[in-house]
Design a binder for this molecule. Structure first.
Ligand code: BTN
Length: 186
């Protein structure tokens, strides 16, 4: 019986593009600049988590890379209608690059455990957010010259990110139940 790897490249491409578009739609929600770091509280980082959850490591990562590439060439896809190179070399730059690894790690955790129920997706989401924090806080620390303050300022993201992880796990589990064995396979 053909496994998920046997999906057509065209279908893979379509899913990747749809998810890149989905991440862009999440950017319509405005960012909230609290905590003093210049990094906004946003909804958009739920996109890479859900991409890894639903599409798996390979396709999920591809969708984030596509989204970030479109942003970097100037499309205004980030919250507040921002785009171009500036967001990548500003305080948020590490978090943005970290989204690639968020999707990758989420997909790898789901594939490794080979289950997509709520507890597994919660675990995957926590891992995905943590890897983004590693990139984001390290970059912010280098950017400001104060890693400790960067870490403390980033505590403001925890409540929202916890809520996003729960929402993504619930949505991801519903999607996997509706399409068993069809999505994660990379
Ligand atoms: C940008 O739009 O410039 C990127 C913002 C990155 C925000 C990071 S993602 C992880 C953490 N959670 C949030 O809500 N905000 C930060």
């Amino acid at each position: 019986m053909p496994g998920p790897r046997a999906t057509l490249p065209a279908a893979d491409l379509a899913r990747t593009v749809v998810f890149a578009a989905f991440i862009a739609v999440l950017g319509l929600f405005p960012g909230l600049y609290v905590g003093g770091s210049g990094v906004p509280v946003i909804l958009q980082n739920a996109g890479p988590l859900l991409a890894g959850c639903v599409l798996g490591a390979r396709r999920g990562t591809a969708s984030v890379v596509l989204f970030l590439a479109l942003t970097a060439i100037g499309l205004p896809l980030l919250s507040g209608g921002r785009g171009g190179i500036a967001p990548f070399i500003g305080p948020s730059g590490g978090f943005l690059i970290g989204w690639i690894f968020s999707a990758l790690v989420v997909g790898l955790v789901v594939a490794r455990i080979n289950r997509a129920n709520v507890p597994v997706l919660l675990l995957a989401g926590v891992a995905g957010i943590l890897v983004d924090y590693v990139f984001g806080i390290t970059f912010l620390g280098v950017y400001t010259g104060d890693l400790g303050t960067a870490a403390v300022q980033s505590l403001v993201f925890l409540p929202g990110d916890a809520a996003k992880i729960v929402a993504v796990a619930l949505i991801g589990a519903v999607v996997h139940r509706a399409l068993p064995g069809k999505l994660v396979g990379s």
